[in-house]
Structure formats: structure tokens, C-alpha cells
Design a protein around this ligand. Structure first.
Ligand SMILES: Cc1ncc(COP(=O)(O)O)c(C=O)c1O
Length: 480
């Protein structure tokens, strides 16, 4: 198909402060998003279009390149440039006219499909709506005035019961604080408990969201490396920092390691020796597809040195913004004081709904269902990845979580295609992917992808991975 002439009925404004390349990029992007240019449409050769428009050829090639990188167009070696056949929803949802939308929605390149999402398409919205209606009808004057900075007591009780049974966490409702997600939890603990000379010690590699929260606390941030057993006790490294160690022993992020019992004891001994604290980031321990989960670090410690943190971002949905901290008794008061100072307590409405959802048994039913769906999707994903991507990516075996770790193989490393770009290409195929190199701070970054398998429908997985393989093929010039 050739391009309709009306598309090229454009006048680029040479007097504008906006570069010609940007004007052209905006025009083509608008035509794709509005449907004026449909999937598979072939764009004119850059030389021809440049001549028609009276601009330098590089103006056209750079506009095309940017649109290819953003996923709107596809460049097929030897055949030309086409409108992408598959447009991720995140791009389609963006307005065709960037000028009239908010700045955060005008940059498709930043529309990240996250790798750590559960099967959001299986969220039981009807059941949630039913308990939400019931909760709203129960909202009385006392609840409207609810003012406990620790959060809604019946919800805290429900979470304490759940954690005791599923994670062997030992804590009373008086120690459990509802927070607006684990990132806020880390910020609260670091800012209220650490002295200015203490450090927040992050695993390297680790999760950049938690790192931002550590930095926001204003405390110094140090790093400790990760070996095959997980986080290395900080005093075994050159930088013997003390303070608050943030670690993910159930499933190290991003490497997926489960910390063995011996290393857990070593970390607890370090905390005791150096008068430090540990924040156990138990972000996705609900999802284990084989074997039994190890008990929490907090359960081994008995609750003196470890703050246990969990989130509903993975088990329900991230926009809920609800998580929790099981605090050692002596930390309740200082953390509460900061809580009152910054946001009093989380909104009662969602806490009430979640409590009713748990009380009805819907939360555990939902988790059981999700485990089955995720396990099924993981199996399909692994088989499909083996078929289409094995030449370039080495998928690490895993029995837990929401993402798989795929290391770039020699063939890909040799092609110089970096994981940052690879992640963008995966996202343009509708696959949630994060470049592993982004997780490294002081340790030499490795090249790979964290690829979410849980939030891709069974029927979409194979097509999405095949498309990614085709993209890699086009980019590198060789096939598997
Ligand atoms: C490893 C890890 N820790 C913590 C979090 C933060 O969770 P929340 O959404 O509760 O702030 C996430 C979220 O993606 C995560 O992946």
C-alpha cells in the first residue's frame, strides 16, 4: 500500500522554533493514532519524501527512526518503512494531538509496560464492586472521622492473620501499619528511625523504585553486592555501612534468588553486631509455583531487628496503593509520628473494601486462582520463548514471581543491541519488560531483560514473542 497523498499535504513551518524533524514526527504520529495511516501502510522512501517536502533527507530519516523506536513504525530491511501492525494499547490510548494533553501522556516512549504485573485481566471486579457497595453503605460517622495513623484496625487484624498463616510473620495488629505502598513504607522507616549518620543500604543490583524512596529520605545511600545466596552482609564488603539494609530474601529483585536459611542467619547476626535494622521487601512472595516458600526473615528474627514489608500491588493491582509494614514494637512510635506529620493515614474507603474482601475469603480465592493462571501463562511463555528467542536470550529457570529473567546471549551482545533498546522493542510488542542493566549501581551492569509473563493473555503470548523475535531479526540482521 502506498501512502495517501492527503497525508503528505503538510506544510512544515521553517520559521517555527519546533524543528522540521519534530514537526514531521508529530504529523506522522498523529496520522497513525487517528487511523489516517493504517497498520501495514508503507511509507514513502525517505529520499522521495524529503524531495517532496523540500527538506534534507536526514530530517525524514531521523523522524522515521524515532517513530520506529517508539513502536509506531517498523523498518523492514530491504523492503521499507511500514506502520506497525501491532500497536500497544499504551500507545493507542495516547491522544493524536500531544499539544492538548497533559505532559505525562504526551511521551509514548516513557509509557512503560511494567514487568511485575499480575494477571490484571482476571481481577474479580464484580466481587470487588459488591464489597465496595456494602462497605460504602456501612460508612458511619465514626468511620468518616477515623484517625488512627496505623490504619483501619479490622484490616490490620485481617493482614496479621494472613501473614501469620502464610509467611510465619510474628506481629500484633498494634505493630502493623497500613502504608500507601512499600516505597512509602521504606521512606517512612528510613526518615523516622535512622540518624543522619546512618545509611540506607540497598542491594546492588536492586529495584530502582525502592532506591528512589531511600534517596528521598535524605539519608546516605550505600550498596551491598548480591552473590548466589542473595544480599552479602554489609560488613563482609569493603564498605561496612550500618543503618537499614533493604533486602528481598524471598526472591531477590531482579536476580530471582531465594536466600537460603544460612544467609538469613548471617544477615540477622550482622544487624545485631552493628545495631542495624533490616527491611524485608517481600514484594511478590504470594506467587510460588512449585515447592513451599521459605518462612520470612522476620519470623526467624522474632521481630526485633526486622521490619517486614508487603504490598497489594502484586496480589491485587498497583493503583490500589496499599501495602503494610510489620514494625518492631520500639519503632511503632517514631514511624507513627512521621506518618501523622505527612499524610495522617490512608484513605478509609479502600481499606474498608479490602478488609471486607479479605473477610469474605475473596482475597485467598483470588490468590489461588492467580497462581493457577500465572503457572499456565509461565509454561506457555517459556515454551514460546524457547521457540522464538532462544538464539538471543537465555531464560533463567524460575518457579516464582511475575517475571522471567532473560540474559542476553553472545549473539546479541556481539550485535551491540543494548538491553535498554531491547526493552523498548519488547514494549512496542505489548510485552512488559525492564532492562536488567538499569538495576545495577556500583556493580558492573549485566545485559538482560526482566520480562513479565503473568499479564499477557494466553493467546497473545506467542504472537507477542514472535513479533519481538522479528524485530530483533530486523535490528541485528540475523535470525534464530
Ligand atoms: C522489588 C519491589 N519492591 C517494592 C515494590 C514497591 O511496591 P509498592 O507498589 O507497594 O510501592 C515493587 C513494585 O514493583 C517491587 O518490584
Amino acid at each position: 500500500m502506498t501512502v495517501s497523498t492527503t497525508l503528505w499535504n503538510i506544510s512544515l513551518d521553517t520559521t517555527s522554533e519546533t524543528s522540521l524533524q519534530k514537526q514531521l514526527h508529530k504529523h506522522i504520529r498523529g496520522a497513525v493514532l487517528s487511523g489516517a495511516l493504517t497498520a501495514g501502510t508503507k511509507l514513502p522512501a525517505s529520499r522521495k519524501l524529503a524531495t517532496e517536502l523540500g527538506v534534507a533527507r536526514v530530517t525524514v530519516t531521523e523522524a522515521y527512526d524515532q517513530l520506529v523506536a517508539e513502536g509506531y513504525l517498523e523498518a523492514v530491511r530491504g523492503a521499507g518503512t511500514f506502520v506497525a501492525a501491532f500497536m500497544p494499547d499504551t500507545l493507542v490510548a495516547l491522544s493524536a494531538d500531544p499539544e492538548i494533553t497533559s505532559t505525562s501522556r504526551t511521551k509514548p516512549s516513557t509509557a512503560t509496560l511494567h514487568s511485575g504485573m499480575p494477571a490484571l485481566d482476571h481481577f474479580p471486579a464484580d466481587k470487588w464492586a459488591r464489597v465496595a457497595g456494602r462497605s460504602a453503605r456501612r460508612l458511619n460517622i465514626k468511620l468518616m472521622y477515623h484517625s488512627d495513623p496505623m490504619g483501619y484496625l479490622p484490616l490490620r487484624q485481617a493482614i496479621v492473620d494472613y501473614l501469620g498463616q502464610s509467611r510465619n510473620v510474628s506481629c500484633k495488629p498494634e505493630q502493623l501499619m497500613i502504608v500507601s505502598g512499600l516505597q512509602q513504607g521504606l521512606y517512612l522507616v528510613a526518615s523516622s528511625v535512622l540518624g543522619l549518620e546512618d545509611a540506607v543500604i540497598m542491594e546492588d543490583p536492586g529495584y530502582d523504585g525502592m532506591l528512589s524512596a531511600a534517596r528521598a529520605s535524605g539519608r546516605q545511600v550505600r550498596f551491598t553486592g548480591v552473590d548466589e545466596d542473595g544480599a552479602i552482609p554489609p560488613d563482609k564488603t569493603e564498605d561496612a555501612a550500618a543503618g537499614l539494609l533493604v533486602t528481598s530474601p524471598s526472591r531477590q529483585y531482579p536476580l530471582g534468588l531465594t536466600m537460603p536459611y544460612g544467609r538469613r542467619l548471617e544477615l540477622l547476626a550482622w544487624a545485631e553486631r552493628s545495631n542495624s535494622l533490616i527491611l524485608e521487601d517481600d514484594y511478590d512472595s504470594e506467587f510460588r509455583y512449585a515447592g513451599r516458600p521459605l518462612n520470612s526473615l522476620q519470623g526467624i528474627d522474632g521481630g526485633g531487628r526486622v521490619v517486614y514489608g508487603g504490598t497489594f500491588s502484586k496480589s491485587l493491582f498497583p493503583a490500589l496503593r496499599l501495602g503494610y509494614l510489620a514494625l518492631p514494637e520500639h519503632l511503632v512510635e517514631p514511624v507513627c509520628r512521621l506518618r501523622v506529620a505527612i499524610d495522617s493515614f490512608p484513605s478509609i474507603a479502600n481499606q474498608q473494601v479490602l478488609q471486607a474482601f479479605m473477610e469474605d475469603g475473596e482475597f485467598t480465592r483470588h490468590l489461588r486462582r492467580l497462581r493457577k493462571i500465572h503457572a499456565q501463562r509461565k509454561a506457555i511463555f517459556e515454551a514460546s520463548a524457547h521457540r522464538h528467542l532462544a538464539h538471543w536470550l537465555n531464560f533463567q529457570q524460575s518457579d516464582a514471581g511475575l517475571h522471567l529473567l532473560a540474559w542476553c546471549r553472545t549473539a546479541l551482545l556481539a550485535s551491540n543491541l543494548k538491553d535498554e533498546k531491547l526493552a523498548g522493542m519488547a514494549q512496542a510488542c505489548g510485552i512488559g519488560a525492564i532492562p536488567v542493566s538499569r538495576c545495577y549501581q556500583q556493580t558492573k551492569p549485566q545485559q538482560g531483560l526482566m520480562i513479565g509473563f503473568a499479564n499477557l493473555g494466553e493467546t497473545e503470548i506467542d504472537t507477542a514473542l514472535q513479533r519481538l523475535a522479528q524485530k530483533i531479526h530486523r535490528e541485528t540482521g540475523f535470525s534464530s
